[in-house]
Design a protein. Structure first.
Length: 318
């Protein structure tokens, strides 16, 4: 599998040269309580983004979000082309991307909204549920190719790495984390969605799937319960030589909150809205209102916790 990063860079170069063609978002027909805007989001964040936008639409029935879920690089291109007002991503824009919006005389606002984790999943038939960051790095460098090469492994067979898309935030994160320059020779399989990653891993004992943890972390959702069936979520250790289970962490709230999970990342909202519109209303809802509670319910950690004011009343006995 070859990741088409050269296509993405070509798109950025073309947009830099044609920045004057696109203007800022036209028409101020929406406001924080009503209107319709286009939103682009990495498919890895589908459960979270759907929950946030549906909750906001529930409060303001005249507000509507047309959300397109796609690989992160495509979501960012949609934002730069002004075909999306806001985007949910795993990173802030880089300098070239910011320059495109600047040349368009557009506005730019970026906001961290949550701490997320990339979950490593295997099927129940796979008895190996622990791995170290060092072992992961050697898998991505091509040094480790077989399950039998992992410390304490109970099985053998070639390791397959399963991702949602060649241009997704999940794969980009792992490549950046380990400084991988060439992936065409790695045993990477892409399945077109996080949900299909889960399906593939269930059926293939030798596979490790990489998904956004919000797909399996909302304990109250029927979809989460259904998707979690037949899966193991691997424990990951930052230590090269762990001495016990306490040295491993999983991408759930406790380990995300205390900074123990090694594959944690931020989720951002990036907006090019230059006025007080519906995009800004959603950002305010997440930062200042009950959006933080939605993020917590999804099993993630809000970067701006929802304030809880507790009133204590005491009765005096005189």
């Amino acid at each position: 599998m070859k990741v088409n990063r050269w296509i993405y860079r070509s798109c950025i170069a073309l947009m830099c040269s044609a920045a004057g063609i696109w203007g800022c978002t036209s028409g101020n027909l929406d406001n924080p309580r009503q209107g319709t805007i286009n939103v682009a989001a990495d498919e890895s964040f589908r459960p979270l983004v759907s929950s946030l936008t549906h909750a906001y639409e529930g409060i303001y029935p005249d507000a509507h979000f047309n959300v397109t879920f796609q690989p992160e690089q495509e979501a960012i291109i949609a934002l730069l082309r002004d075909s999306a007002r806001i985007a949910f991503t795993s990173r802030a824009l880089n300098q070239d991307e910011k320059e495109i919006i600047k040349q368009q005389e557009g506005s730019l606002k970026e906001q961290k909204i949550a701490i997320d984790g990339i979950a490593l999943i295997t099927g129940r038939a796979n008895q190996d549920s622990l791995i170290t960051i060092g072992e992961l790095e050697r898998i991505f460098s091509g040094e480790i190719k077989d399950w039998s090469q992992l410390e304490g492994s109970q099985q053998s067979g070639p390791i397959t790495l399963v991702f949602d898309n060649a241009n997704s935030s999940n794969l980009d994160y792992m490549i950046e984390r380990f400084g991988i320059k060439e992936v065409s020779k790695l045993p990477i399989y892409t399945s077109n969605s996080n949900e299909k990653v889960i399906e593939h891993v269930r059926k293939n004992r030798s596979s490790i799937g990489f998904i956004g943890v919000n797909w399996i972390s909302d304990g109250d959702a029927s979809l989460t319960r259904e998707l979690s069936k037949g899966l193991r979520v691997m424990g990951v250790s930052e230590k090269e030589n762990p001495t016990g289970i306490q040295d491993y962490a999983q991408p759930f709230q406790r380990d995300l909150r205390n900074g123990k999970y090694p594959l944690a990342r931020f989720i951002y909202i990036v907006s090019r809205e230059g006025f007080s519109g519906l995009g800004g209303g959603l950002m305010t809802y997440i930062a200042r209102d009950v959006g933080g509670l939605v993020i917590e319910k999804m099993g993630l950690v809000p970067t701006i916790p929802y304030p809880r004011n507790i009133e204590v009343q005491t009765k005096q006995n005189f």
